[in-house]
Design a protein around this ligand. Structure first.
Ligand code: PLP
Length: 466
């Protein structure tokens, strides 16, 4: 296999987009035409487009041609980050679409495309024809829960649960590393968050949770309505004692919401074994789906409350809306988002089985970073996850102090090597994810970081360079 030089590689990527768009233009001709066939003008336009496409294919073959300026609309450029670069941006790694999902978006991008075969009783999760109803069942099974719904993001899953459970002034116990969307879901319902403190290792323990629940009861005289715990938090991606925390909250008769934004879709999640009453996952963060998408799963015990159906009746018309679910506002993901999630699902089910390999890659890269003297890992180590937070105050930040680009030198050195996703300007504490990258890419990353370190005279300790 011959390696393309980067210029012609980028040109080929660009030409691939041009060819894809040319095919979309062909598709547009069919959309404008009568079902009976193309008229003369359309036929001409069709032939012209095909000729253009043939030209593009030949440019692709030879790696030649001039890049057209591709703007989708206004000043919006084509996004080729995943084709042209190694993207280590932590929130994007596991939301990268599978090829099946990208095809689903092409085919089902039109507005309400899930509604082609919607029949009575008119609810998204009941649609049989496109496999939508089955998918809902499979999602519940995948998480080992009883029922599942798709939601526009994990945050909307929190919102549905919180708004069902909390009245004004009620308390939700959350982690000190809780995501802002957990706060907002509580605020939206007029509730109050109370945070469980971290231990010295930045872990939420069951003991600390029990103490917090006791504190809340003592201070407010009320038992918290829910405990929400991130299995892996977004700041350090440390693993928290979720199973034990579920036991603690159940001892107080408090349901547990398992925040799987960083787990559902990348590692096996067994809701029942974890003792979760609610499992929330993010489609666009961890299930290789388009945004906004996610999943909310629950047990037979809680489903009637959280998935309660409308009771409202119009005073003039007397209309009622049957089995539409209040918290879902009827239907949720009505088009390409759902189909992208469904199209990726077989791959997602398979990839969670290879989580240990992803963790090995993560640890390999951490060891490469640790081999650069002065670098530290702020997350728990060895890593149990693909996302990590590192501290390079003692290494790359020293270089930044003297560099004319200051902190931007690192992201720019990385970008020169085709690596993106490091927060521009960050040289002290920064996050990255190796999720879904091949070993070839992970090794390339390790080599690139070592090379940058050596270029600026930072020491490399070989015992860490695995
Ligand atoms: C990303 C994230 C969320 C929000 O997920 P959305 O699907 O974008 O709503 C919630 N919690 C945690 C821990 C996250 O990392």
């Amino acid at each position: 296999m011959t390696k393309q030089d980067p210029v012609s590689q980028n040109l080929r990527i660009q030409k691939t987009f041009e060819a894809l768009f040319a095919l979309e233009d062909v598709r547009e001709i069919f959309r404008g035409a009568l079902p009976s066939g193309l008229n003369e003008t359309e036929e001409q336009a069709f032939q012209n487009k095909l000729a253009e496409l043939r030209g593009l294919v030949s440019e692709l073959e030879t790696g030649t041609g001039k890049p057209e300026i591709l703007k989708l609309t206004g000043n919006l450029p084509v996004r080729d980050r995943e084709e042209a670069c190694i993207n280590i941006q932590p929130i994007q790694a596991a939301g990268r679409l599978t090829v099946e999902a990208r095809k689903a978006l092409i085919a089902y991008g039109d507005g309400y495309s899930t509604c082609d075969s919607c029949k009575k009783p008119f609810r998204l999760d009941k649609i049989k024809e496109q496999g939508i109803a089955d998918f809902h069942g499979e999602l519940a099974e995948f998480l080992n829960m009883d029922q599942a719904r798709v939601v526009p993001g994990a945050r909307r899953g929190f919102q549905a649960v919180i708004s069902s459970l909390l009245e004004k002034g009620d308390v939700a116990v959350v982690s000190s590393l809780a995501h802002y969307t957990e706060f907002l879901s509580v605020e939206h319902a007029g509730g109050i968050v109370k945070e469980v403190p971290l231990n010295e290792k930045n872990i939420i323990t069951a003991d600390a949770t029990a103490e917090k629940i006791e504190d809340v009861i003592r201070e407010t005289g009320k038992v918290p309505k829910i405990v929400m715990i991130d299995h892996f938090d977004y700041q350090f991606a440390n693993e928290h004692e979720v199973r034990e925390i579920a036991k603690v909250s159940h001892a107080y008769d408090i349901p547990l919401l398992y925040n799987g934004a960083y787990t559902v879709g990348v590692m096996p999640v067994d809701g029942k074994a974890l003792g979760a009453d609610f499992v929330v996952g993010s489609g666009h963060k961890s299930m290789a789906a388009a945004a906004p998408s996610g999943v909310l799963a629950t047990t037979e015990e809680w489903a009637p409350l959280v998935f309660r159906t409308t009771q409202m009746q119009g005073d003039l018309t007397g209309r009622r809306f049957g089995i539409k679910e209040v918290e879902m506002l009827g239907c949720t993901l009505m088009g390409g988002t759902l189909f992208s999630m469904m199209a990726s699902f077989p791959a997602v089910k398979e990839r969670v089985l290879h989580w240990d390999e992803e963790v090995r890659k993560s640890n390999y890269l951490m060891d490469r970073i640790l081999s650069i003297s002065g670098s530290r890992v702020l997350s728990e180590y060895p890593r149990k996850r693909a996302l990590s937070k590192v501290d390079t105050t003692g290494s790359f930040d020293k270089v930044a102090q003297a560099h004319k680009k200051k902190g931007f030198f690192l992201s720019s050195e990385l970008a020169n090597r085709g690596i993106k996703g490091v927060f521009p300007g960050a040289t002290k504490a920064w996050k990255l994810s190796t999720y879904g990258l091949s070993w070839e890419k992970v090794t390339y990353l390790g080599d690139a970081l070592t090379e940058i370190a050596e270029k600026y005279g930072l020491g490399i300790q070989d015992e860490h360079a695995a």
